[in-house]
Each structure stands twice: as C-alpha cells, then as structure tokens.
Design a protein around this ligand. Structure first.
Ligand code: UD2
Ligand code: MN
Length: 552
C-alpha cells in the first residue's frame, strides 16, 4: 500500500516536472494565434503590399495609432476631413487632377511599403543630427492629401529632428484649411494675402524657419521609413550639399504607392524641360554600393533638404519668378556653379502624386509664366549656351521677363563659374545641338557663300535670310562643321556627313583666309562661277578672302 502511494507520488512529481517544462516551452514561443496571423495578413494585403522577406510588421499599426493621436494634439481630424467632401456625382478628378475619391477613402495614416534597398536599413546616422524646419506651400490642395503629407512626416521622422512644419497657404479659396491645421502640434500656417506662386511662398516660409536646415515638400507627399536622417546627415557633413530623396510615385488614379527606379537622376533638354534620365553607364558601373548618393545635374524641385545659411548665402530663389516652373533649374545651376553640389540619396524615399495637368490657374497663363521663369534662368546663368534655349523654344524670344540686374549682381558677387564649366563638369552628357541655325554667312566681295544643288558650296549674290536656298554656314566664323573635302577634285562639300570624323570637318582662320585643318589647304573661289575648291593657302588673294557676317 505504501509502495503504491510512493509510486503515485513519483508519477505525479514527474508529471508536474514535465508539465512545468511544457508550460515554459510554450511561453517562449511567439503568441500568434491563427486568427491574429490571418488578420495581419489581410491588413498587409489591403495596403497592396507584399511583406518583405524576413520582416514582421504586424505590430507596427497597433503601435502607431495611439502615437498619432498624441502627435495631432487637439486637432479634430474627422471634422477637418468631413468639412470638405466630394459631392455624389462630382468628377473626382476635376478639382485636383487626381482621384479625390480614392484619396479621401484611404485614411490619413496608411502604412506604405519600405521601398529602399535592403542595405539601407542597416546604415547608422549620427545621434546628434540637427533638426529641420519642414516647409510646405500649397494652393487649393485637397484636405486628405495635405493631411497625409503632414501626418507621414510626424509618423516617420524622429520627433527630435522636426523643429516645426511651416505651411504656406498660397491664397487658397478657403482660409479655414490653414487655420484648422495650425492646431496640430509643431504646425504653423502662414497665409498669403494674394497669390504669390510657389517660389515666393517658399521664400516666405524659409524666412520664418527657426531650424538651421530647411526641408521642402510638396503638399501631396508621403514620406517613407527613415526618409529624413540620410538627408540631414549629408547636409550636416557638408553644408554646401543640396540633397533630394528618390521620389516614389503615388498613383493619381488609385493612390497605390509605387517604388521608383533607383537608377535615375535629373536632366533636361534645351527647352528647359525637366526629365528623369538613366545614370550614365560609366557611373553606373562604378557604383558598387547601392546606398551611395547619386550626383544629379538638376533636381526635380519639390523635395529637397538644404542648409538654411547656404540657402540664404546663395540668394534663396529668384523671387521674380511667378506661380510655378523654372525655379528648379535656376537653383540647380546656381548651386553647382557657385560652389555646391546636388545629389539624390537612394536611402531616402518620399512618395509624390505626379499629375498630368495643373489643377490651378495661372493668372498670366501657363505658357507665358513658364517662358518668363525659364528665360530668367537662361539669361542669368546660361551664358552663350542660352542660344540653344532660344533655338529650342523660339516662342521665348521677345517675351517679357523683367529685370535680371539683381540676379546678375548676385552671380558676380558669389563669383560663380561659367555655364561652360557646368557643361563640362556636371552635365557633359547634354549634347550641344548641331548648329543648323542661321547664325552667320561668309562674304567675298558682294557675293555670299551658299550651297549648290544638294551639298556643293559655291558663291552667289547675297540674298539674306529667307532666301530659297540657305546662304548660311554652320557655326561660328572660324569653323564650319559637316563640311567635306573630296580627294578627287577638291571641291568643298557641305551637308549631313554625320559619320565623318569631326577632324575632317574642322577649319581655322588664317588671316582672312579659311584653312582646312587636316589638309592645310585654304578655301578658294578660284573659278567664281564654279563650285568652291581648296588649294594652297595664299591669304592675301581676293579669292581666298572671306569676311564673316553674323546674322542677328
Ligand atoms: C514639380 C515639383 C514642384 C516644383 C515644380 C516646378 C516635385 C515633386 N514637384 O512640379 O515642387 O518644383 O516642379 O516649379 O519635384 N503651389 C503653390 N502656389 C502656386 C502653385 C503651386 O503654393 O501658385 C504649390 C502646390 O500646391 C504644390 C507645390 O507648389 O504643393 C508644387 O506644385 P505642383 O505640385 O503643381 O508641382 P509639380 O509637382 O507638378
Ligand atoms: Mn507636386
């Protein structure tokens, strides 16, 4: 009997020990019930995202919700959003050129996919980074997009880095947006007494900023994970750097957040039309670390970080530019030519709603405003290269652009480099156009050089521009390109011999004669009625004397 009791006690002891082990083992496992796992999956799918491998973001939303309430202080988000709603039957694209219905439906704190290269997550930044003033100018922005911009900043930036968010309401129809949003902690809103445009509005914001670093954003953005630290770090290390994030795409139709390519930089054509372009292949090959900054000839314009004293030192913006456009070229040329640099940081990502049309009016008209602004940029910064801007945009000639005296003085005071330096060192990929424009004629006595038939050069009576056959030669007065000497009869040809080596097409002045550089022979009208030839140089001879005449 006693043995039985002893056995029972032993069995119970073993069971207790096993039970304890089982309990402890259970406790060390993650507490994920099947229901919770399913809920987490649906949540991440409803954001249109694929979970990144090796990552669990299940707790993120739960943690951020109470935080957001705290971040918004006494601001009544529901009332703000309900205050302006799309009416049934209204075209959701009409007012903002994006699908307002989708934007309103989304809510203000959706999660977005971390679109950075995975290596970015393991980078470290200084713990004592300086704080920044965020500057957002807006004109009749939709309430839901503007609030999402502000909230994404508050949610995804270390609070210590946000000194303040300065909104500039550029005379929107409803002054209430500005008043209501000012209730959010850290948010200040200034309202313009008249429509100024984004350039003067940003300057107004910058002038009231109290942080040493300025961060500009459009009013329809969503900043992504750790967007701010890489940019502040780069500017802290060198205050002459002006840095931009990779700008991801928020679909204007369904507001999906889409990753942009990390191989792009900012470029332009001679009409001063901004475009994204591939990083040149040599630079791409040299990039072994995808987290490294990308040098860029120009920035898109809306989203960048810049040291405040550097912004002021370089002359802020050209405040005679109106409404929209061109200021990104002016700033980019100025930064590069006056001692700074521009870069895109792949570890910083900010989403932006790119639109196909402007949803707002231009008091002076869209085209005239763009011409005025880009003409100012070209006249102040592009030196002799501005001729290519005018060739690409003939309608700009003769259009008003105001006085540029102050900006020219600024350029002189800052001792900025010439545009030629920018072309050679920053943007050598931008091809100078073939000089097909009528720029000069070559005269001999009363006759002018012109093409005969298709491509033979000859002399004929001067007829000026507008004659049926072109009397111009290409380029400046000492060389004309795309001109060819034939071995056989030494006639001089002109035309589109694009495949010829450039060396065969080069000429230089020899006194008043023109010498072909490769052959050493000179252009001669030996037989005045026949085609031009090249012969031994005898510069004193009338048949070899050429007088350039520039046509303006
Ligand atoms: C791009 C830039 C934009 C600006 C522009 C050229 C990005 C993401 N965006 O055009 O920042 O550099 O190129 O000028 O790089 N706004 C005003 N007042 C106005 C007009 C506009 O405050 O009179 C605001 C507008 O609400 C918005 C910002 O300025 O927040 C930029 O305007 P946009 O979004 O129409 O320009 P976007 O993105 O086409
Ligand atoms: Mn924009």
């Amino acid at each position: 009997m006693r043995r039985i009791r002893a056995n029972a006690i032993a069995i119970l002891t073993v069971a207790w020990i096993l039970g304890t082990f089982y309990y402890l083992w259970q406790d060390s496992k993650p507490h994920t019930s099947p229901a919770a796992a399913a809920a987490a999956q649906t949540r991440s799918r409803s954001h249109g995202q694929k979970a990144a491998p090796g990552r669990l973001e299940i707790h993120r939303d739960d943690r951020t919700i109470p935080l957001i309430v705290h971040l918004l202080g006494g601001f009544d988000e529901k009332a703000y959003l309900a205050g302006k709603q799309l009416k049934p039957g209204d075209d959701p694209y009409r007012e903002h050129a994006f699908n307002l219905q989708e934007s309103d439906r989304l809510g203000s704190e959706r999660a977005i996919r971390d679109t950075r290269h995975y290596r970015c997550a393991s980078l470290n930044y200084d713990t004592d980074l300086p704080s920044t003033s965020i500057i957002i100018t807006f004109h009749n922005e939709a309430r839901s997009t503007l609030l999402r911009t502000i909230k994404s900043v508050l949610m995804r930036s270390p609070p210590s880095l946000i000194q303040e968010i300065i909104l500039i309401d550029d005379f929107s129809s409803d002054p209430e947006d500005c008043q209501l949003l000012s209730q959010i902690p850290k948010v200040h809103c200034l309202r313009n007494g008249r429509r100024e445009g984004l350039i003067r509005s940003r300057v107004r914001g910058a002038n009231t900023a109290t942080a040493s670093i300025l961060t500009f954003l459009d009013s329809h953005c969503e900043v992504n994970t750790d967007w701010l630290q890489p940019m502040i770090q780069r500017v802290k290390e060198d205050h002459t750097r002006v840095v931009s994030p990779i700008i991801d795409v928020i679909s204007l139709d369904n507001f999906a957040y889409l990753a942009a390519s990390a191989d792009l930089r900012g470029g332009f054509d001679w009409s001063l039309h901004f475009k994204w372009e591939q990083i040149p292949i040599e630079q791409k090959m040299a990039r072994s670390d995808p987290t490294q900054p990308i040098r860029t000839p120009v920035i898109a314009g809306g989203i960048f970080v810049m040291d405040k004293s550097w912004f002021n030192h370089l002359g802020q913006y050209d405040t005679h530019m109106d409404i929209w456009g061109g200021e990104n070229f002016e700033l980019s040329f100025r930064v590069w030519m006056c001692g700074g640099s521009l870069e895109i940081l792949p570890c910083s990502r900010v989403g932006h709603v790119f639109r196909k049309r402007h949803p707002y009016d231009f008091p002076e008209g869209n085209a005239l405003t763009y011409i005025k602004n880009t003409r100012r940029a070209a006249e102040v910064w592009m030196d002799e290269y501005k001729q290519y801007y005018y060739s690409a945009r003939p309608s700009a000639q003769g259009k008003a652009f105001g006085s540029i005296t102050d900006r020219l003085t600024l350029r002189r005071k800052l001792n900025c480099k010439p545009f030629r330096w920018y072309m050679e060192n920053v943007y050598p990929e931008l091809r100078v156009p073939e000089q097909e424009a009528v720029s000069s004629v070559l005269k001999q006595g009363g006759s002018c050089l012109e093409t005969r038939g298709i491509d033979i050069l000859g002399l004929a009576e001067c007829r000026g521009i507008g004659a049926s056959r072109p009397q111009s030669v290409h380029g400046d007065t000492c060389a004309f390109y795309k001109t060819k000497m034939t071995e056989m009869n030494r006639w001089v040809f002109m035309g589109f011999f694009g495949s010829l080596p450039l060396s065969l097409q080069k000429w230089k002045p020899k006194g008043t004669a023109l010498q072909h550089m490769v052959s050493g022979l000179c252009l001669d009208s030996n037989a005045p009625t026949g085609p031009l030839v090249i012969t031994q140089c005898r510069p004193q001879m009338a048949s070899q004397t050429w007088e350039p005449q520039v046509i303006t």
